[in-house]
Design a protein around this ligand. Structure first.
Ligand code: HMG
Ligand code: MG
Length: 312
């Protein structure tokens, strides 16, 4: 089923996960000031959804230990959602305490990954999430849900997409505004993503589904385009292509925001995000902070051959 350019979405929302998914797996530790500055710059570049950290155990994910401070110090801009990841009740309490208004709950579609990542079964996770979502909504917070390993689990291999859809249905029924389907270790192929995304969109509608792609095997962008062709309009991506889940062996960078934006912008698809500004942020991350960046567009922009990423 080939899509013509006319039939693909004309506007796409990008959820920037670099300050969380990117930095959680980054060798270099940014200071709180640097993280706050990074978030400010991402918002200035036009991003309206930025995931700024997570309220997880600092022993397991030390890079996120200062999330409360980051969240407090960010100069909030009207209309921007500053997401933080919440794994359990304790994390939820910490998020509320830090003034979080936009939280993301998460679980896996495979038992082994859920156990390693969250130290509980999927059923326990769902029950725990239900206890977080209800008070969060009552307090007027926005809640997003993640399902990991949807196109394959590094421990169990293929997962049942029926099960993924059932889990998504549970999260949406609880009141999550959107479910982001996570290809945690980039095992998905464009064919699989196209089929899975089409089923999810048909069942839940465009606004309710996002794709969260990792580029572990070089398929991140192809997978995003497969999703776009069947109508996905929300994509999670990470500045510079940083990132990965520490509880998934081999997990490497998320789909780079610049790489996705290049293709969208060239096709005239609106995002409201400034590509040049993103490349400057990546430059700062690499040159000033020593981060490891895998975005192809950023790497090309640094190749010295061209002086500009636009031409040969
Ligand atoms: P646990 O071991 O089940 O917790 O950890 P527990 O309730 O048994 O308590 C054990 C200790 O942890 C206690 O401390 C608790 O207070 C403490 P102690 O008494 O030993 O001093 N504790 C906490 N501390 C801080 N924050 C908390 C918290 N909860 C308990 N929220 C827990 C459960 C989930 C917290 C732990 O396993 C953990 O932090 N795991 C890290 C999970 C994580 O961040 N994974 C990476 C993000 S997910 C991801 O990357 C995938 C995604 O990008 C989508 C995709 O790509 O597919 C979202
Ligand atoms: Mg991820």
């Amino acid at each position: 089923m080939a899509a013509s350019l006319e039939s693909i979405p004309r506007r796409v929302s990008l959820v920037e996960v670099g300050p969380r998914d990117g930095l959680q797996n980054e060798r270099v530790r940014l200071t709180t000031d640097q993280k706050v500055d990074l978030v400010h710059r991402l918002v200035e570049a036009g991003l309206r959804d930025v995931e700024v950290g997570s309220f997880v155990h600092p022993k397991w994910i030390p890079q996120m230990a200062d999330t409360a401070e980051v969240l407090r110090r960010i100069r909030k801009v009207e209309g921007v959602r500053y997401w933080t990841l919440v794994p359990n009740q304790k994390g939820f309490e910490a998020a509320v305490e830090a003034g979080a208004r936009d939280i993301a709950v998460f679980l896996s579609s495979s038992e082994t990954h859920n156990q390693k990542n969250l130290n509980r079964t999927i059923a326990e996770s769902l029950a725990g999430i239900r206890e977080i979502v209800a008070p969060a909504l009552a307090d007027g917070m926005r809640v997003r849900g993640y399902i990991s390993t949807v196109f394959g689990c590094p421990y169990e291999g293929r997962v049942s997409f029926d099960r993924v859809l059932d889990t998504a249905a549970s999260l949406l029924e609880m009141g999550c505004m959107q479910v982001s389907l996570g290809d945690t270790t980039g095992m998905g192929t464009p064919f699989q993503v196209r089929a899975g995304a089409a089923r999810a969109l048909e069942q839940f509608g465009t606004e309710r589904i996002a794709l969260h792609l990792h580029d572990t095997r070089g398929t991140g962008l192809a997978n995003a385009l497969a999703g776009l062709e069947v109508g996905v309009t929300t994509f999670d991506s990470s500045i510079g292509g940083m990132g990965g889940c520490p509880y998934a062996p081999g997990a490497s960078g998320n789909l780079g925001t610049e790489d996705l934006l290049y293709v969208l912008a060239e096709a005239g698809i609106e995002t409201g995000v400034d590509l040049e500004a993103l490349l400057r942020i990546s430059g700062r991350l690499e040159n000033d902070y020593g981060a490891t960046l895998n975005s192809r567009l950023y790497r090309y922009s640094q190749s010295g051959k061209s002086g500009t990423w636009k031409t040969l």
